[in-house]
Design a protein around this ligand. Sequence first.
Ligand code: NDP
Length: 294
Amino acid sequence: MNVVNNGVIDGKAVAEKVLAECVGEINSLKEQGVVPGLAVVLVGEDPASRVYVASKVRKCAELGLFSRKIELPKDATQEEVLAVVEELNADAQIHGILVQSPPPKHIDEDAIVRAIDPAKDVDGFHPENVAKLTLEDHSGFVACTPAGCMRLLQEAGVETSGAEAVVIGRSMIVGKPMALLLMSKAGNATVTVAHSRTKDLAAVCRRADIIIAAIGMAEFVTADMVKEGAAIIDVGINRVEDASANRGYRLVGDVAYDEVKDKCSVISPVPGGVGPMTIAMLISNTVKAAKQSL
Ligand code: NDP
């Protein structure tokens, strides 16, 4: 199956490949009497979070994983959320736990993440897993979105070794782990991390053989910021009003796709690029957690 068509990386096709690999491992685990299990905790009623949680649970069912969805009301206390995490930490049927972000404002999300057993932290946000990523200890879990971006680059045949890579964004869920992966011995790229205080971002980006855009601003990276032949991974998911769309809006990335597409060598589209990879890597991490529990 072609994963790059006319320079456009087919994230769905790569995600299917990752999931097909997972199915092989799930079957072999089942032969050993283990069904990988994922628990997803949803606090409150954020509509986007509901959609994400439903799609994660659906994917588990499709692939024959065990899953539990635990819903707590929006006024659930910190102690109540922590009690659920403790129960899941002790549940032998559960190998992966994630608490859907963002929780309601009164919940201390960092404390919840720290309470998750690092061996079940399939989101890769626990400090122990962040440390393992930094140390290149492969027993840890890598955050799903940056892990998915690395796989997209690899599948698209983008050489990261020796490449100048610019990561725009320094969040703990995308930018920072992305930079660590690219600079690791597996990535071997020369990495610049840009953020809102970066001076002359356009000039910084023009140096890049690889741009990872994780900003959260619609069509922010324009053609003048891109070197001819660069590879672009667009992580952003932004809603822009569109009266012609059924829902009244459409989703666009952080990259001005139409004008950048013809200038770069490969680009991941939004939707259909990084998005499908994030859930595939979550499943992959859950399978890894189940294997490591043996
Ligand atoms: P954050 O808001 O946590 O981080 C955004 C980063 O962009 C920050 O580091 C910020 O800099 C930087 N930034 C903001 N404005 C500028 C600017 N003008 N110039 C340069 N840098 C800037 O976002 P996330 O990392 O959580 O997410 C980024 C995007 O990726 C969002 O659109 C999100 O929806 C999407 N996303 C998509 C996923 C997927 O599965 N496809 C998964 C996760 C996220 P500073 O630190 O200085 O504030």
